[in-house]
Design a protein around this ligand. Structure first.
Ligand code: ZN
Length: 53
C-alpha cells in the first residue's frame, strides 16, 4: 500500500502516536533552493514518532 511518507519522515503520517515537526532542511518553508524541499516533499513539516511519554 502506498503511503504519503517523505524522505524526511521518521514514520508514515498515518502512524499512531506520530506528530509533525517543522522540516529542518527548509526551516518549515517547504521550499529549498527555489524548489519543493526534497526532505519533506514541499509540506514544510516532517512526521516523527512522538510516543506516549
Ligand atoms: Zn523541508
Amino acid at each position: 500500500m502506498e503511503t504519503n511518507k517523505h524522505p524526511g519522515d521518521e514514520v508514515p503520517p498515518e502512524t499512531a502516536q506520530s506528530g509533525k515537526l517543522p522540516c529542518g532542511t527548509c526551516q518549515g518553508s517547504g521550499v529549498k533552493d527555489g524548489k519543493p524541499c526534497p526532505n519533506c516533499g514541499g509540506t514544510g513539516e516532517i512526521t516523527v514518532l512522538v510516543g506516549d511519554a
